[in-house]
Design a protein around this ligand. Structure first.
Ligand code: 13P
Ligand code: SF4
Length: 313
């Protein structure tokens, strides 16, 4: 369920933003009203790239905690705010840092590649960070016989293994939103709309990826809907991204992929949806909640993030 927002005058928010020299960065999974007031809306890679480049004094990260942490790691001297500090991530939670470090220590000689959906402490024991937008390119930049540990998303890891022919060792984590899409119901939708492309985020399970016409990050899915001749798309990712798809292609039709349980709004990320316009306004006005990262962890975690950014230019 989308959280109800109190009416926040948009001009007041923008005035505050200008006075404080703040920038509002939003992920595609935010509610439509937040996306509409943000200075930049993008996928995880774009959010990290914008944070690394901004000249603003304050970054308001409308997304989940690991996205705010990544911005803070890249910009330690800036104030990084998040509308709701409880906006976590089930995928990041599926990879506790101590357990991941023990796994890494058990496999000396392995290159450690971590998805950006991880805590700063996991990034601190990582050689290079990836997002869903650059994972293939970064994995393929290593010689084919490089032993690689990939964490924490087993679905993204399996997908990258299948398209690159690698045999990366996978951490057994997953996202609760992307794991719950129903293959059966997606195929029923395809029978109903045979002309539609099934477009899928790589955090989905392999049987869904196998029947998909296109697989990619949220930004890649959006681009596909703009450039494709198709007029209909069955969208297997968090349904927030449909807002920008519909804005970019008002004449096309977007069908949210049905979840297993049709009685719930399971294709909405409950963490992402904790952020509201009211919390966004309050956090900018009060300059809290702020994201902090321990200095020692930050100094280690910044290296694999910067390495990713350099490999994504
Ligand atoms: P993107 O890399 O497409 O932004 O995905 C982030 C995410 O959290 C997916 O669940
Ligand atoms: Fe994390 Fe999944 Fe939400 Fe993305 S959709 S932020 S991976 S819980």
């Amino acid at each position: 369920m989308q959280t109800k927002n109190l009416q926040i005058p948009v001009e007041r928010l923008h005035k505050l933003r200008r006075e404080k020299n703040a920038v509002i960065l939003a992920h595609y999974y935010q509610t439509a009203d937040i996306q509409d007031v943000a200075d930049c809306v993008g996928d995880s890679l774009a959010l990290a790239q914008w944070a690394a480049r901004t000249t603003a004094d304050i970054i308001v990260l409308c997304g989940v905690h690991f996205m705010g942490e990544t911005a803070k790691i890249l910009c330690p001297d800036k104030k990084v705010l998040i509308p709701d500090p409880k906006a976590g991530c089930s995928l990041a939670d599926s990879c506790p840092a101590e357990d991941f470090k023990a796994f890494v220590d058990k496999h000396p000689g392995y290159t450690v590649i971590s998805y950006v959906n991880t805590t700063a402490a996991v990034k601190a024991v990582t050689d290079v960070v990836v997002t869903s937008g650059n994972a293939r390119r970064i994995v393929e930049s290593f010689p084919k016989d490089t032993p690689i540990i990939f964490g924490p998303d087993r679905n993204l890891g399996n997908y990258i293994n299948s398209i690159t022919g690698r045999k990366m060792l996978l951490w057994d984590g997953a996202c609760h939103v992307h794991e719950q899409f129903s293959l059966e119901k997606i195929l029923e939708a395809k029978l109903k709309y045979p002309d539609a492309d099934i477009i899928t985020h790589p955090e989905c399970k392999q049987p869904i990826i196998k029947v998909s016409d296109f697989v990619g990050s949220t930004a890649a899915l959006l681009k596909h809907t703009i450039t494709s001749d198709k007029q209909r798309f069955i969208v297997a990712t968090e349904s927030g991204v449909i807002h920008e798809m519909q804005k970019q292609s008002p004449h096309k039709e977007f069908i949210p992929a049905p979840p297993n349980d049709v009685t719930c709004a399971c294709n909405e990320c409950s963490f992402m949806r904790l952020n509201t316009m009211e919390k966004l306004y309050n956090c900018l006005e009060r300059e809290t909640p702020e994201i902090f990262v321990d200095k020692e962890i930050r100094e280690k975690a910044v290296k694999p993030i910067r390495r990713m950014l350099a490999m994504s230019e």
